[in-house]
Every structure is written in C-alpha cells, then in structure tokens.
Design a protein around this ligand. Structure first.
Ligand code: ADP
Length: 184
C-alpha cells in the first residue's frame, strides 16, 4: 500500500494505525532519513541540509534506500505501507521497477485529502525542527508541483482511493481502513 497526502495531513499518525490494523511493515522515508541524520551516517550528513530547507533528497538516493529496504525479508512476509515515497514521477517509476523485480504488486494508494490552510496550521503547531515557515511553504510548493501529479499516475493504474482527512483521528482512520479493506 501507499499513503499519500500533503505534509501535515496526518499521514504519519494514520500510518501507525494502519500497520497495526493490517499487520504490514511501515516504511517511512522521512523517519529513515531522520534516523540517518541522528546517527550521523554519510546519508544523514547529505540529507540534513536538504531537509532543513524543505527540499527533496535526490531521486537516486531515495530510490536506492527504498530498493534496499523493500528487499528485506520482513516485507516479503507481511507486505508494506509506504509513507513518503514515491514523491516524484521518477520515484513512482522506480517503485514500479523495484516491485516488478520482487514479483510484488501494489494493492492500493490512499490519498489523505486535507486543505493547505489546515495543514499549514497543523505544522506550525507541531514544531518539528524542519517546520519553519519557509521550509513549510517550500514543502507544500514541491508537493503541488511534484507529488500531486502522482495522484493521476495512481488513478490511471486504478489504485487511487481519495479519503477525507478532516475530523478526529478515529474518524479518519475508519474511512482509511474501510478504503483499504475494500481493496484487499
Ligand atoms: P513531510 O511529509 O512533512 O515532508 P517527511 O517525514 O515525509 O515529512 O519528510 C521529511 C523530509 O525528508 C522531506 O521534507 C524531504 O526533505 C525528505 N524526504 C522524505 N521522503 C522523501 C522522498 N521520497 N524523496 C525526497 N525527499 C524525501
């Protein structure tokens, strides 16, 4: 499965709930990058400035990280929820190739729809270190430019389900898990 949605749409929280419900592995590229930054690895050193500016880490790097992670054994057994990837057309193509190579297929892509004004307010309130006003508007701009067009890609492959992301966590989760269940 893939979960899509603007930054601040609640993707992270809902992803945790979804993997618990469906028993698949949560792969969050943002979490992987933050762990690399915290550990001071070579990847972390490269990613840090890019993330602080709200820019995207290069497709080459991201595609490599995800290819490696998806080849691990836990995923073959349990399936995966991808959170934060793909974010560009190049990444969507790479994902397709990675899955083909593993003999796996996507089941569903859920898009958590939350308006820009609401996600901006949420991000300002959560205060993560990369949640400065400039970085937030940069990330939202890149989302509209690069990630939103992916919705069409998923729709064309008949994988897309739109879910209203406004309401309480439980309300949103009910909508999401129903959407996923109908595709399993
Ligand atoms: P947000 O959804 O608020 O951007 P994430 O945790 O998904 O938060 O990502 C944090 C940062 O990590 C992004 O702003 C970006 O710099 C980097 N990042 C995460 N996933 C990707 C990706 N698939 N491609 C490029 N950069 C990524």
């Amino acid at each position: 499965m893939v979960i899509l949605g603007r930054q601040g749409s609640g993707k992270g929280t809902q992803s945790e709930m979804l993997v618990e419900r469906f028993g698949c592995v949560h792969v969050s590229t943002g979490d992987m990058l933050r762990a690399a930054v915290a550990a001071g690895t070579e990847l972390g050193l490269k990613a840090r400035a890019v993330m602080e500016a709200g820019d995207l880490v290069s497709d080459d790097i991201m595609n490599g990280i995800v290819a490696e992670r998806l080849a691990e054994q836990d995923i073959a057994g349990n399936g995966v929820l991808l959170d934060g990837f793909p974010r560009t057309a190049d990444q969507a193509d790479a994902l397709q190739a990675i899955l083909d190579g593993l003999g796996q297929k996507l089941t569903v892509a859920v898009n958590l729809e939350v308006p820009v004004a609401e996600v901006t307010a949420r991000m300002m309130a959560r205060g993560r270190s990369d949640d400065t006003e400039d970085a937030i508007s940069r990330r939202l701009e890149l989302y509209d430019e690069q990630t939103a067009p992916l919705l069409e890609w998923f729709a064309a492959h008949d994988l897309l389900v739109e879910v209203d992301g406004l309401g309480t966590e439980d309300e949103v989760f009910d909508r999401l898990s129903t959407a996923v269940r109908t595709r399993l």
